[in-house]
Design a protein around this ligand. Structure first.
Ligand SMILES: NC(=O)c1ccc[n+]([C@@H]2O[C@H](COP(=O)([O-])OP(=O)(O)OC[C@H]3O[C@@H](n4cnc5c(N)ncnc54)[C@H](O)[C@@H]3O)[C@@H](O)[C@H]2O)c1
Length: 311
């Protein structure tokens, strides 16, 4: 595979992707401003540019590496709360930042563009699991900016023949995730339990999420990098397990694996939280060579092992 640019390659999902690509012998360039990513997770054989995607100097990256032929665009303002407080900044990073990368793709003849979108674009749905063609009704500026960016990505696909894939991730979890991110509940619970602190459940614990292990997500991205866009199919795919797990059952499983008593504190449900979220993954399974492989108990064991051995 030719040279790949991974924006956000120092982050949770990005750093796992970079590790996989480099292990396969692919040359990787990273653009990351390290706002939530960490140097610790940056593969030493990658070419790191510590830059904001909005920075003019991103042009230098392409001048130094004009042979970048694939882009995985993961860098984002990816938190719901801050998007509500500062929707303008959220739109600048998520919409304008994406357009800038699409423009570089056009100018430098990039062949493949994979864009990280989110379940947040759907909003609440009465019918689960949610399929890609369900209406987008985002409940946050974050969901809206991701949805707008998706539209630009698809426009560049149609206009310039760029091979594009839009991946809507469910709640991703695994090693290296920081407690503040969208699916931080798993890292928050594990950190609390390891410190012998009481975990807090907001609401009754019956709310459900579709938790997907980070390596399954990375394999989905990997699969898109080698697949030409199918002109017959809208290039938008959920990346999920299609399974619902309640927050209560999740915590019970973590307690069982850590051999501690299940005794959470319950606090008031947070406003804006969706009760149930679950995405249908069958379209991705049908059109790309991909299957979610890591069962929740196995993924949780790997995540616990990471937190136990982390310095
Ligand atoms: N983790 C999830 O559950 C989840 C779910 C849905 C969608 N996503 C999307 O997947 C992508 C990756 O998420 P993640 O969980 O790895 O988050 P992350 O915060 O760990 O990674 C994002 C990376 O982008 C970098 N970054 C942020 N803003 C930047 C900017 N303006 N310029 C350059 N670099 C910047 C950060 O430093 C970080 O390394 C994001 O686009 C996010 O919206 C994640």
């Amino acid at each position: 595979m030719g040279k790949v640019l991974v924006t956000g390659g120092a982050g949770f999902i990005g750093s796992h992707l970079v590790d996989l690509l480099i292990a396969e012998g692919t040359e990787v360039v990273i653009v990351d401003n390290l706002s939530s990513g960490s140097l610790k997770h940056v593969h030493p054989s990658s070419h790191l540019f510590k830059l904001d995607i909005l920075d003019e100097r991103v042009a230098d990256v392409f001048q130094e590496h004009p042979d970048i032929d694939r882009i995985v665009h993961l860098a984002a303002q990816s938190k719901v709360g801050p998007s509500v407080l500062n929707p303008t900044y959220d739109a600048q990073v998520n919409i304008q930042g994406t357009i800038r990368l699409l423009e570089f793709s056009r100018k430098y003849g990039v062949k493949q563009f994979v864009f990280a979108s989110s379940a947040a674009i759907y909003g609440p749905s009465h019918t689960l699991p949610i399929r890609e063609e369900f209406p987008a009704l985002p409940l946050s500026p974050y969901g809206t900016s991701k949805y707008a960016a998706e539209a630009y990505v698809k426009t560049y696909g149609r206009l310039y023949g760029l091979n594009v894939h839009v991946l809507r991730f469910a709640n991703v979890y695994g090693p290296r995730q920081t407690a503040e991110t969208e699916a931080g509940v798993i890292s928050i619970f594990i950190e609390k339990l390891l410190k012998n602190e009481q975990p807090i459940i907001f609401g009754d614990g019956k709310q459900t999420r579709d938790f997907i292990f980070v390596l399954d997500v990375v394999n989905a991205i990997r699969s898109c990098l080698e697949t030409e866009t199918n002109q017959e199919v809208d290039p938008v795919y959920n990346v999920s397990t299609g399974l619902q797990t309640s927050v209560e059952d999740l915590l019970k499983e973590l307690c069982a694996q850590l051999n501690v008593t299940y005794a959470p504190a319950f606090e008031q449900e947070r406003s804006g939280d969706i009760k149930h979220s679950c995405l249908d993954q069958q379209k991705l399974q049908k059109h790309l060579t991909w299957n979610p492989r890591i069962a929740l108990n196995e993924g949780l064991a790997k995540t616990i092992a990471y937190y136990q051995t982390r310095e």
